[in-house]
Design a protein around this ligand. Structure first.
Ligand SMILES: Nc1ccn([C@@H]2O[C@H](COP(=O)(O)OP(=O)(O)OP(=O)(O)O)[C@@H](O)[C@H]2O)c(=O)n1
Ligand SMILES: C[C@](O)(CO)[C@H](O)COP(=O)(O)O
Length: 405
């Protein structure tokens, strides 16, 4: 007779707790740590996709904070699968959030439940299968854990070591902690009724009631993203496996010359017997470079952002325009790698001012001087440039955006 693998005997509800505030990770414009991008995608999306592609997951509920509705909806836009995801609101402690998720699953006919921290995105299906196998073999409570490998110290509040603690028999607890559904729901209800809300994991609630907890081997990668450096490390790890997304943009601009006292090029004023005509300071070089930057992320051109018809830009320093473009690039995940400007002018001479111009670009764009280049050529006395009727500029920007898998 064909034997079913014991993991197939379970129908697994999944509770993903994501209602924490992530205080230890510090604040960020992306919201609490579960919504911060790693490798370009919010942490919680990695976690969700990992469960959604596991064959035994029958029902997934995500426990979110009431303030995070919009953040969660935005994160979901990264998910291609049509699998519906339910949400419920969590409570002030992890324990209360888990109970909210378990209560949601009450009438969903799942035999077992896997309870997981949203901020542990790096588990794999092999771990889930080990857990399911153990549950299928009759374990009431399964804890993925790793033996402690560091030497452990107990210290006083001032940071002085009091003693070395033996690591024998010590394990570091991970999630998903997994249970026979009715058993853990009942245990959580009892813990809540007792007035306790300080259990930091679900296995400890089972232990509190004398329910045996079986350890299965966790994975070294299944770390909880707790502090800021955990998130930086996770981002580096994922970003390294992404394809580089290098984009170049070019820009071109011309301004007419008329009688005057000097021209401003790359933010440097050069005394001259002519000036450039324009609505702003007519810095043709910065205008071309602004367009080049905007072109790396399809953000239109300088006129879209600073219409010449708008009186507020009359006489404006073009530094405003280029800093605005650099900000847009950064907001869209870009890192400016190189900025290259070629000026085409019969006069004045650019050479003596070139280093000052590069220094300005470096300051405006917030990048190293060696990534900023300014070159100049005459037009060999021909054409409108050669007749000193105008100055032209061509610019190229190179930007690396966060890559894609
Ligand atoms: N009231 C809470 C507290 C925590 N969690 C979730 O439980 C997991 C446990 O991770 P933890 O690092 O403790 O998260 P936070 O409580 O957010 O972190 P902190 O203590 O630094 O504020 C996280 O996915 C977190 O969102 C939750 O759902 N509800
Ligand atoms: C559930 C848990 O992730 C297992 O390691 C952990 O107990 C959460 O505890 P924390 O104190 O909220 O970090």
């Amino acid at each position: 007779m064909l034997q079913m693998p014991s993991k197939q005997l379970i129908s697994a509800g999944i509770v993903i707790v994501a209602a924490g505030r992530g205080e230890r990770a510090g604040s960020s414009k992306d919201g609490p740590k579960q919504y911060r991008p790693i490798g370009g995608t919010p942490v919680i999306v990695h976690t969700l996709e990992n469960f959604m592609t596991w064959e035994l997951a029958t029902e997934i509920v995500v426990v979110i904070h009431p303030d995070d509705e919009a953040l969660f909806a935005k994160a979901l836009r990264h998910i291609i699968s049509a699998t519906p995801i339910q949400t419920v609101h969590g409570g002030p402690t992890r324990q209360q959030s888990v109970l909210a998720g378990l209560r949601y699953l009450k009438d969903k006919h799942v035999s077992h439940v896997l309870i997981h921290d949203a901020v542990r995105p790096f588990f794999d299906h092999a771990l889930l299968d080990r857990i399911a196998e153990s549950l299928g073999n009759g374990a009431a409570a399964v804890l993925p854990a790793m033996p402690v490998t560091d030497t452990l110290k107990r210290a006083d509040g001032a940071g002085t070591v009091l003693t070395t603690v033996s690591r024998e028999q010590l394990y570091s607890a991970q999630t998903p902690q997994s249970f026979a559904f009715e058993t853990i729901l009942d245990a959580h209800e009892k813990a809540a009724a007792s007035g306790r809300s300080d259990f930091t994991d679900d296995a400890s609630i089972a232990e509190w009631l004398g329910i045996p907890v079986t350890i299965v081997e966790g994975t070294g990668d299944n770390v909880k993203l707790t502090v800021k450096s955990d998130i930086v490390m996770a981002d580096d790890k994922l970003s390294a496996s992404l394809l580089p997304d290098v984009r170049t943009g070019n820009g071109y601009d011309v301004h007419q010359l008329e009688a005057g006292d000097g021209v401003t090029l790359c933010g440097v004023f050069i005394p001259h017997d002519q000036k450039l005509k324009g609505h702003s300071d007519a810095d043709v070089a910065l205008h071309a470079l602004t367009d080049a930057l905007l072109a790396t992320c399809g953000a239109g051109d300088i006129g879209d952002h600073f219409p010449p018809s708008d009186p507020q830009w009359k006489g404006a320093a073009s530094r405003i325009f280029i800093e605005h473009a650099a900000r847009i690039v950064r907001e869209r995940g870009g890192t400016i790698m190189n900025a290259d400007v070629s000026l085409i002018a019969e006069a004045p001479k650019v050479g003596p001012h070139r280093e000052a111009m590069r220094a300005n670009l470096s300051e405006y764009l917030g990048i190293d001087l060696e990534r900023c280049s300014v070159k100049a050529t005459t037009n060999e006395t021909i054409g409108f440039v050669g007749r000193r009727e105008g100055i032209a500029a061509i610019a190229t920007a190179t930007v690396v955006y966060r890559g894609r898998k």
